[in-house]
Design a protein around this ligand. Structure first.
Ligand SMILES: *Cc1c(COP(=O)(O)O)cnc(C)c1O
Length: 498
């Protein structure tokens, strides 16, 4: 037994003890069996050239089949997943991914389609895209949709490039994008990459856009306002129609970050409240497992004045056949190879069709109800800096716990011991020490009650034993990692003496 092995703590059921596969290795073990050769043996070095053949791969793990299977199966259980329990990561909409999506995405004709397949042999895949574009246009109240962008952030960039192209075609791309202080970090990044200066707008006391301030700063230099609605406090921008009017009167546009559409689908349409362009995060609002950073899709929906600038190719139907139109003189150019992240598009359409109109609306209402329920239950224990009615998520601050030296990150770490994935920590930035909680509609009352109990229990622990919370988690294999060192000096390769 190596020293490493003895060092390792044996932990709870949450995290069985596990050696590295390299440490499990024992020389000569194999995970395969081959039949007797029925052809003459050939010397590899002779056939391929000595330079192509390695005598030894240093540290290569040698294990049996069952050891390899158990190792990787156990590892797969160490990643918290929505399929284990609630994943209340605010702003991320970590909803359960219905298995019907997976069944449909695995259909042979969809899963094995090739992007270079002739159009005549890809009509089914193209119809999936056509129907998804139409569904998203209807859900958002917009006129046209591109499915090309692969993530929310890429959709934002596409949307702002569309705004820029339209303003340029009118003679002046303008200089600035306005961004509220509650915005997601990708919004200013998008504006900067698209070549715009960023001007911040402060939120009002109630956590929404201050239209008075907006009115004062919108001038001929402003290209657009980028706003998330409901915003990152989970509060609906009640002045959105007025904001759109102010912008449009000065020839500027209203960009909506649609990552929070889970609070609106089937209830309110951005196209009806003055939005010119928005991106959707299919991997949030329309399911698709996206923990760990992918895969995603960030379609962009526009009003007709922005349609000519959408990236090529565009789907067109003529004489009953679908084809791609590449001849688009004003288009901003491609933002991605081929047609988008097709597997995610298939899942989104499956999700939409499986729910149907009333089902989508119910999902929205349940998402809001669940978040409001959590707010009501936790309000007595945690500080609520913006008491405006919340929609699908709720943002508390660690104000009360911080007085005892316990911060939002500590509370989140302790939540891991209770078997939940943490909520979003320290975002949005306008709330000092934020706890951002988004349950989504897919959690039952039982699961939400367990979560609420865990949060209340942690709030009590802070009063009685703050040290316990400050040193959490206690039940995981690894407690607190050095995040700075991990970012600055990543160890990406195993070596025998590492
Ligand atoms: C998730 C999110 C984004 C970014 O989406 P990605 O798909 O991760 O690029 C942008 N804005 C808001 C408000 C979000 O919640």
């Amino acid at each position: 037994m190596s020293a490493r092995k003895l060092d390792r703590k044996v932990n709870s059921h949450l995290s069985p003890n596990e050696l590295l596969i390299f440490e499990r290795s024992s020389p000569g073990k194999k995970a395969y069996q081959l039949p007797e050769l029925d052809v003459p043996a050939v010397d590899a070095a002779e056939a391929l050239g000595a330079a192509s053949v390695r005598a030894e791969i240093p540290g290569f793990p040698e294990v049996s089949e069952v050891e390899a299977i158990r190792h990787f199966t156990r590892l797969s259980t160490w990643n918290y997943a929505i399929d284990y329990g609630m994943y209340p990561l605010g702003s991320c909409t970590m909803k359960y991914n219905p298995r019907i999506n997976e069944a449909v995405a695995r259909l042979e004709g969809l899963a094995w389609a090739h992007p270079y397949q002739p159009e005549t042999l890809a009509q089914g895949c193209m119809e999936v895209m056509e129907r998804l574009e139409a569904a998203l246009a209807e859900i958002t109240g917009m006129d046209a949709v591109t499915l090309q962008p692969s993530a929310g952030a890429q959709g934002e960039l596409t949307g702002i490039l569309l705004v820029r192209a339209l303003l340029e075609s009118r003679g002046n791309p303008r200089k600035k994008i306005l961004i509220p202080d509650s915005a997601h970090g990708t919004n200013p990044a998008t504006a900067a990459i698209a070549g715009y200066a960023i001007e911040n707008i402060r939120s009002s006391e109630t956590g929404v856009l201050d239209v008075g301030a907006l009115e004062r700063i919108v001038d001929q230099d402003v290209a657009a306002l980028m706003v998330t609605n409901p915003n990152t406090l989970g509060v609906f921008e009640e002045n959105i129609v007025h904001a759109a009017e102010i912008l449009h009167a000065k020839g500027a546009m209203l960009y909506m970050d649609g990552a929070n559409m889970n609070a609106l689908v089937g209830v309110a349409r951005p196209g009806d409240f003055g939005v010119d362009v928005l991106q959707l995060n299919l991997h949030k609002t329309f399911s698709t497992p996206h923990g760990g950073g992918g895969p995603g899709a960030g379609p962009v929906a526009v009003k007709s004045h922005l349609e000519p600038f959408l990236p090529a190719p565009r789907l067109q139907r003529s004489g009953g056949q679908l084809h791609f139109d590449y001849d688009r003189k004003q288009a901003i150019g491609r933002v991605r190879a081929f047609y988008g992240n097709f597997g995610v598009l298939v899942r989104a359409l499956a999700y939409i069709l499986a729910h149907g109109g009333p089902g989508l609306r119910n999902a929205t209402l349940d998402a809001v109800m669940n978040a409001v329920y959590i707010r009501k239950k936790l309000e007595p224990y945690f500080d609520l800096p913006y008491p405006s009615p919340n929609m699908h998520e709720v943002v508390f601050s660690d104000d009360r716990q911080a007085k005892l030296g316990v911060r939002t990150g500590d509370l989140a770490k302790r939540l891991i011991d209770y078997g939940f994935h943490p909520y979003t920590v320290s975002f949005p930035l306008i709330v000092h020490g934020a706890l951002m909680i988004e349950p989504t509609e897919t959690e039952s009352k039982d699961e939400i009650d367990l979560f609420v109990e865990a949060m209340i229990s942690i709030a009590r622990e802070v009063e009685t034993d703050p040290q316990l919370v400050k040193t959490a988690p206690h039940l995981t294999r690894i407690g607190r990692v050095d995040e700075v060192a991990a970012a600055r000096k990543p160890v990406l390769k195993w070596t025998p003496d590492s």
